[in-house]
Design a protein around this ligand. Structure first.
Ligand code: B16
Ligand code: MG
Length: 218
């Protein structure tokens, strides 16, 4: 079936904002008196802000009142916003523009499907927002990946059936969400970790235009 819609996750697919999330969570952990490692940060990829704080507090053995919880989420986001304030096109992951440009030329509908509530400002800062027909992010969904809500909503906004959509994802839960939405998935990152994806690539430099053509018309 011809694929008429391509949906991109944001963090880990278009830009590497995980490093900024990490710094902000690490500083909060340190303020609360414990360490937070880069390895532990892997657990946070593709996970909502609220769920990240749940996990962080569990790691530190810290219990919080609702008021403290909300305050710490706000603190983390304030710091994260300072990091992304300085982002520009140099932070776009290699060869992502090549793929966006190719799909645009082919009149393929494109969306972002991200857990982040900061997806729009990031896409504006790096100058890619105009490629996308719609952006579905943490502000639009109630159910986190692996629930297919984010991708189904994106397909609906694009006016394309789920079976006609291809999803680029770097998180296991995101690949599962694509599968649950009956979409074709392309895993970006470690093929062993993302084994459930229909196709796997380390990054976009490995993706050829011939491959994209084959996926569109398969
Ligand atoms: P925010 P993605 C996700 O982005 C990140 O991978 C995850 O680490 C983060 O907690 C989440 O966005 C929420 O981000 O605090 O900006 O709302 O991979 O779904 O694009
Ligand atoms: Mg991601």
């Amino acid at each position: 079936m011809k694929k008429n819609g391509f949906i991109f996750d944001l963090d880990g697919v278009i830009v590497d904002t995980a490093k900024y999330h990490y710094l902000a969570w690490k500083n909060l952990a340190n303020k609360l008196g414990f360490e937070f490692t880069e390895e532990q940060n892997e657990l946070f990829k593709g996970v909502s802000r609220k769920r990240c704080l749940d996990i962080l507090l569990q790691i530190g053995g810290v219990t919080a009142t609702q008021k403290q919880f909300d305050h710490w989420m706000g603190e983390k986001n304030k710091e994260y916003l300072q990091y992304i304030e300085n982002m520009d096109a140099s932070e776009i992951l290699s060869d992502v523009p090549k793929v966006l440009h190719f799909l645009k030329e082919k009149n393929i509908q494109m969306a972002v499907g991200s857990a982040s509530k900061n997806a729009r400002p990031i896409l504006e800062k790096v100058g890619l927002i105009s490629y996308f027909n719609t952006i579905i992010d943490g502000n639009n969904v109630t159910k986190a990946k692996p629930d297919p809500e984010v991708f189904l909503l994106a397909a609906q906004e694009l006016g394309v059936r789920p079976q006609e959509c291809v999803v680029f994802e770097d998180a296991v839960a995101g690949i599962q969400a694509a599968k649950n939405a009956s979409m074709t998935s392309i895993g970006i990152g470690d093929a062993k970790i993302l084994a459930e994806a229909n196709y796997n690539f380390r990054d976009f430099t490995e993706i050829s235009l011939d491959f994209l053509n084959a996926v569109i018309y398969e």
